[in-house]
Write a protein that binds this ligand. Structure first.
Ligand SMILES: O=C(O)CCC(=O)C(=O)O
Ligand SMILES: [Fe+2]
Length: 285
């Protein structure tokens, strides 16, 4: 069976081998908690494997401060792999994608609320799309272009059972009050070039950028080809296909033109909301 590989550089106060096994263990069938139908056989079949581990010496301070502190950290290069069948060979690039260039919060105007500029409120990506996409198998790939740190507002997630929470139009569209406990949040600092890959029901947010430089990231999404993207009025493209390799789009100029066409088509028409939530639902009272 074909496998996908990813390389990591880790720094850990723990034994790197144990840390690598824990990373592989957490990245098995994709949720923090077991879901119905997740049998031991399925977990075994879809589990990540440690392919290779090379120790790179010790450092006194980690490149990215995390919650654990120690006098020494052991560095290692780790290669993990997963069966290609975990995601399948037919993959579409979903139209819900953003480039976020977040300036230092200090430099923003007091009334600045544009969602990609300020902190991001708690939400789920499946919620900020149309209901037709609720059954779609999708992942969000959050790519750090600059280091994402505790200071500049790295992504944070809350582990839990995968379920959809009601959302309300607040400062941004965010999870209704009383459904999540923000004290359970886990910050996910990553180095530039690193990625956070998460399920569309994972509650996530990002704090203000309290550093003096821009926090730059891309968030892009992929879904199984043929399934509803959740924003059908926007363009998508086939990123990979084993069945029909000729349908893969490799020319960025065509992708750009698809967006220009979409803008020309949509701009004169009434606005199409990008999600289903309105402030009059009982959860928002
Ligand atoms: O980068 C952020 O501030 C939020 C990212 C996000 O909501 C996402 O990637 O889905
Ligand atoms: Fe999001």
């Amino acid at each position: 069976m074909k496998r996908i590989e990813a390389d990591y550089v880790i720094e850990t106060p723990d034994d790197p081998r144990r840390a690598a096994e824990a990373m592989a263990g957490e990245q098995s069938s994709g949720t923090f908690m077991a879901v119905p139908g997740e049998t031991p056989e399925l977990q075994q079949r879809s589990a990540a494997r440690v392919e290779c581990l090379t120790e790179l010496g010790e450092v006194e301070t980690p490149s990215l401060p995390g919650r654990m502190t120690s006098a020494r950290y052991r560095r290692a290069k780790v290669t993990l792999s997963w069966p290609l069948d975990n995601i399948g060979p037919e993959i579409t690039s979903n139209p819900i994608q953003h480039v976020r260039l977040k300036p230092p919060a200090r430099t923003l105007r007091g009334d600045e609320i544009a969602v990609h500029i300020i902190s991001t409120d708690w939400h789920q990506d499946r919620a900020v799309a149309h209901e037709e996409g609720d059954g779609t198998q999708m992942v969000t790939v959050w790519l750090a272009i600059s280091d994402a740190t505790l200071t500049n507002g790295c992504l944070e997630v809350i582990p839990g059972k995968p379920r959809m929470y009601p959302h309300c139009p607040k400062r941004q569209t965010s999870i209704a009050d009383g459904f999540i406990n923000e004290a359970d949040a886990r910050p996910l600092p990553v180095k530039a070039g690193g990625a956070v890959i998460f399920h569309p029901l994972t509650p996530h947010a990002a704090a203000d950028n309290m550093s003096e430089i821009f926090r730059w990231s891309f968030d892009i999404r992929y879904n199984v080809t043929g399934q509803h993207t959740g924003r059908a009025h926007f363009p998508d493209f086939v990123a990979r296909s084993r069945k029909a390799p000729d349908t893969e789009l490799r020319d960025w100029e065509i992708w750009r033109d698809m967006w220009l066409d979409a803008r020309a088509r949509l701009a004169p028409e009434p606005h199409i909301p990008i999600h289903r939530w309105t402030g009059d639902s009982p959860a928002c009272a």
